[in-house]
Ligand binder design. Structure first.
Ligand code: PMV
Length: 348
């Protein structure tokens, strides 16, 4: 089909890894498999407008708007992304694009927007490809969207679908791939249904270390091989935990993964310490809270100081009270975001 012009809008969520992706090979191939909860309300909305160029040219023609304003600082990232995906989307240089994007979460909150942002853009480009090739199957669309998102930001490939997504080869048991994320299709106990994620905004500052640099530091890292094996083991453990519904075991795996991610950063050359005093204060409070209440609140971390609090739906009321009374004081301007597990991206 020929497509002269049009527009499409996708809303794509962020995700939070339970087994962390940290370390990669060339072409955004992960050094170990990872699994994440897809989030629900932390989302990026992206509108892609496209119009066929009047004169053929050999460059990418795009304009960027972020939350209503021209945003040239994002250009190099998008340019690089388009260069990477062009071989899979050969029509890119035939169009002029305008990309308008906004996030549901506060700007520079320290919440990584690369997963939601890159997945939303990948989906928009796939919608154009689908207009050009209308016979494309749903499955192909989803898979290729994840594949393209991965080339923008590795973890973005886990944001297309919900509720749990595996990315990276693991003994073939998940029919997973290094090239795209797939839904975790095994049995999941009802304890994990509608799981909650409250994100405590501890530090909204610029990231001290980009994830690109971080992943690279795993090359030649003293503990890399052992760590990659551990990720495989933890994914196996989680598979069993999701089946049995064992929340105590879940906590052990998830918190260990978070601390291991930071341990890798603390032991690389150069080393990075991304936790803040308030990050540690929160973690200690969580330990005390569990001890006192027997509830199943646990934490996980990204490559930063913010803390994700994971807990079951049925413990929500008591946990939210604890957050408000005890943890809020450690957040910048008392800010936190209540999110939950979601079902993936949607077209508007
Ligand atoms: O997608 P990237 O390259 O920004 O890497 C993200 C890595 C972590 O967020 C720290 C872990 C993960 O698996 O999401």
């Amino acid at each position: 089909a020929t497509v002269e012009q049009g527009e499409v809008t996708w809303q794509s969520p962020s995700n939070i890894a339970l087994v962390k992706y940290w370390g990669k090979l060339e072409h955004q191939i992960p050094a170990n498999p990872s699994i994440s909860f897809t989030l629900d309300s932390c989302r990026t909305t992206t509108t892609l407008k496209f119009r066929k160029k009047e004169q053929i040219s050999d460059d990418f023609d795009f304009e960027l708007e972020f939350e209503g304003e021209k945003k040239d600082s994002f250009r190099p990232k998008i340019q690089k992304f388009l260069e990477r995906v062009e071989q899979y989307l050969p029509f890119l240089k035939d169009y002029e694009f305008s990309i308008e994007t906004s996030n549901s979460f506060p700007h520079s909150s320290g919440i990584a927007s690369s997963a939601s942002g890159m997945s939303a853009l990948a989906l928009c480009l796939m919608s154009l490809e689908k207009q050009l090739n209308p016979e494309m199957s749903e499955e192909y669309f989803t898979r290729k969207s994840s594949f393209l998102a991965r080339l923008g930001s590795g973890s973005a490939c886990r944001s297309i679908e919900g509720e749990l997504v595996v990315w990276g080869l693991q003994n073939n048991i998940y029919q997973s791939s290094d090239l795209y994320g797939v839904r975790f299709r095994d049995e999941v106990h009802e304890n994990f249904r509608n799981y909650r994620d409250t994100i405590l905004l501890v530090d909204k500052g610029e990231k001290q270390v980009s994830s690109t640099v971080g992943h690279e530091l795993m090359n030649g890292h003293a503990y890399a091989e052992r760590r990659f094996r551990q990720a495989h083991d933890n994914l196996d453990r989680l598979k069993e935990i999701f089946r049995s519904g064992d929340l105590s075991e879940f906590i052990k795996v998830v918190e260990s993964e978070a601390l291991t991610l930071h341990a890798m950063m603390m032991t690389s050359e150069p080393y990075f310490l991304l936790m803040k005093p308030n990050t540690l204060a929160i973690i200690n409070k969580i330990f005390e809270f569990r001890e006192e209440t027997g509830l199943h609140l646990c934490f996980t971390l990204d490559a930063g100081a913010n803390v994700h609090l994971l807990y079951p739906e049925k413990e929500e009321e008591l946990t939210l009270e604890f957050i408000e009374v005890e943890l809020k004081q450690y957040c910048q301007n008392g800010q936190y975001i209540n999110d939950r597990v979601g079902s993936g991206a949607r077209k508007l």
